[in-house]
Design a protein around this ligand. Structure first.
Ligand SMILES: NC(=O)c1ccc[n+]([C@@H]2O[C@H](COP(=O)([O-])OP(=O)(O)OC[C@H]3O[C@@H](n4cnc5c(N)ncnc54)[C@H](O)[C@@H]3O)[C@@H](O)[C@H]2O)c1
Length: 338
């Protein structure tokens, strides 16, 4: 049995607690959060789990094999350093960090301790993206030429879902996902980044963050990915997120629309796209995050390397940091060769 802890019991931490409970190879031993009300709810929901308000105590007292780190975007460093010091394998929410310096410290700590780290880019387990990856590997699309993605949220996310939206951005929270898919498809690194953005709506609500960001990423061989992330779509959208991709090769092009979800529901007063990529079916979670979590468990058991690791996470942080640098300076930002 893999003894698991969780640091950060919000939306994602609670999801992983459920995924841990439904995986027979995992024993959910301990949960940690600064918020005592969240700890109380978690211990009621997940009986037998030890609650901690201090992660240092959790790592010192619990013989953990692995930990899920699901703190806000800007608060991943300390839990990663603590987990590495305790030699606990890590499932880490994206983005790795919101600064390159922090991401490098994390990678160094992870590699020095010899643990495995999987970054939770769950879209790598979304069937449509797995299908396109297969087409690229089989040569069905020919040589990859360009990518175009939109990954957006309704304004619910920065105004009511994330208490810490002003300490993140549409690029750290959203674009990072589409960039990870682009890097996975391209199998090469980003060389340069140019970005533009708009501000006004969210700053008017006291949340000092971009409303929209559009970025051009040029990869080593010249492949170009244009990615748009918007945080202010109206709440009348059929689903909270809108994630679409066009993948153009020299032979064929593939088009993915995960916003569609394959099922549309018209009720008396609403038209919605119920989530089918991660579903609650008879009390069990079924879908991409479940497969991503189970894949982490196999990595901890030693059966396979993580599909997306700390170096992928670091490269993503370098490119998203370059997006913000380009927004600030209005210039094309070159990424250093490693
Ligand atoms: N919400 C989503 O749909 C979603 C989806 C994918 C990924 N993510 C990523 O998951 C991470 C968590 O997001 P969330 O939406 O679950 O956030 P959240 O705000 O719902 O939960 C974060 C929790 O971490 C706790 N916390 C903060 N600092 C802590 C510390 N030092 N020690 C212990 N607990 C601490 C907070 O009290 C809170 O309960 C983020 O990196 C986010 O980008 C979120």
């Amino acid at each position: 049995m893999i003894k698991l802890g969780i640091v950060g019991l919000g939306t994602m931490g609670t999801l992983y607690a459920r995924l841990a409970r439904q995986n027979p190879a995992v024993e959910l031993r301990a949960v940690c959060d600064l918020d005592s009300a969240r700890l109380k709810t978690a211990t009621e929901q997940f009986s037998g789990v030890s609650p901690y308000g201090d992660m240092g105590q959790m790592f010192a007292r619990e013989p953990l094999d692995a930990v899920c780190i699901t703190t806000p975007d800007f608060a991943h460093l300390e839990p990663v350093l603590a987990a590495a010091a305790a030699r606990c394998h890590i499932l880490l929410e994206k983005p790795l960090a919101t600064s390159v310096a922090e991401a490098r410290r994390m990678v160094a700590a992870i590699q020095e301790s010899g643990i495995r780290c999987q970054v939770a880019y769950a879209n790598r387990w979304t069937p449509a993206y797995v299908a396109v990856k297969g087409m690229l590997e089989q040569g069905e699309l020919g040589r990859l030429v360009s990518l175009h993605a939109r990954i957006n949220n309704t304004r619910f996310t920065p105004t009511r879902m994330l208490a810490w939206a002003a300490r993140s951005s549409p690029a750290w929270f959203l674009m990072t996902h589409a960039l990870d898919i682009a890097s996975w498809f391209a199998v090469e690194r980003v060389r340069s980044v140019y970005a533009v953005g708009t501000k006004g709506f969210l700053t008017g609500l006291g949340i000092d963050v971009y409303d929209t960001i559009q970025a051009l990423f040029t990869f080593e061989s010249g492949i170009v990915a244009s990615i748009e992330s918007c945080w202010i779509l109206p709440e009348g959208m059929p689903l909270i997120f809108d994630f679409q991709y066009e993948v153009v090769g020299t032979e064929s092009a593939a088009f993915v629309d995960t916003h569609d979800q394959m099922v549309h529901l018209a009720t008396r007063d609403r038209f919605v796209h119920p989530k089918t990529l991660l579903m609650d079916y008879r009390g069990q979670l079924v879908g991409h995050s479940q497969q991503m979590f189970d894949s982490f468990v196999r990595a901890v058991e030693g059966d396979q390397a993580p599909l997306v690791n700390e170096l992928d996470g670091l490269h993503n942080v370098e490119a998203i940091a370059a997006v913000h640098e380009s927004l600030r300076t209005g210039t094309v930002v070159q990424l250093a060769e490693r």
